[in-house]
Ligand binder design. Structure first.
Ligand code: XBP
Ligand code: MG
Length: 251
């Protein structure tokens, strides 16, 4: 089966964006007159276990009486305005190797898509600020936010993206970073390459196509954690091999 689409997750995969999401949450809390402040360790170990910023607030409000007393939708809206301001000001770069792979895929007529729990506005801002191009000049299709009934770890967003691309699940390869993301992509039976992210240590067992420290740039070596042998950076040849093999490696 030929590889016809790369489907990138956003937070933790295209960019290490969670530091900026956390800052934006904390700024929004303060603007709303709350003393709630999410420190990095608690954000990683507790709050990020819930995919989706709004859903994260709902869960947090169960044990934070201050949050329980405010309009969470308005709070989340403001958090994303602040996030977008920070991304527009150039504070968020793409992770190593992402631009290289996107450009290589486009040169070989492999579709590039996005499957994320964050909003399409957040994705568009990240792409604009890093490529100086409009979203759909860089990617062919986006599945974002509330377009499906249930967010990751549900596989629905991946089914939605493959439908949108007009492709079969067996023709795509997902690139993910987190337990919730991997559950979504492998739950949709998509071959999955996992990249490490500081904000999403893998805690659950998974069977994936490969697990790497990052996609790599230039002459990088020793990127492989688990998967088919990798000599150098993650390139299209390697992704084709991962796609062909399918998910076989326990992590
Ligand atoms: C990871 C997430 C996101 C962000 C917050 O998404 O859980 O929800 O932390 O974004 P991804 P919003 O699927 O890209 O890894 O506040 O916009 O929901
Ligand atoms: Mg992610």
């Amino acid at each position: 089966m030929t590889l016809k689409a790369l489907i990138f997750d956003v937070d933790g995969t295209l960019a290490e964006s969670e530091a900026i999401h956390r800052t934006a949450f904390n700024l929004a809390f303060s603007e709303f007159g709350l003393t709630t402040d999410w420190d990095e360790a608690t954000y990683i170990n507790t709050h990020l276990k819930t995919a989706g910023g709004f859903e994260r607030l709902i869960v947090a409000a169960k044990s934070d009486p201050q949050l329980a007393g405010v309009d969470l939708m308005a709070l989340h809206w403001r958090k994303n305005e602040l996030y977008i301001e920070m991304v527009k000001s150039g504070q968020l770069a793409m992770k190593r190797g992402v631009k290289r792979l996107i450009e290589a895929a486009k040169a070989e007529q492999i579709k590039v898509a996005v499957a994320t729990t964050t909003s399409i506005e957040n994705v568009a801002t990240l792409i604009n600020s890093n490529f100086s191009k409009d979203l759909y000049e860089v990617v062919d299709f986006v599945g974002a936010g509330d377009v499906v009934e249930t967010k990751k770890p549900s596989p629905l967003i991946y089914n939605y993206v493959l439908d949108g691309l007009g492709l079969k699940l067996s023709e795509g390869l997902a690139i993910e970073d987190s337990d919730n993301g991997i559950l979504a992509s492998t739950g949709a039976s998509l071959a999955t390459l996992v990249v490490q992210s500081r904000f999403s240590p893998i805690e659950k067992p998974h069977v994936v196509g490969a697990y790497v420290k990052d996609l790599g740039d230039d002459q990088d070596r020793d990127l492989l954690i688990s998967g088919p042998p990798l000599d150098g950076v993650v390139d299209l040849d390697y992704l084709r091999q991962v796609h062909l093999n399918g998910n076989r490696f326990s992590i």
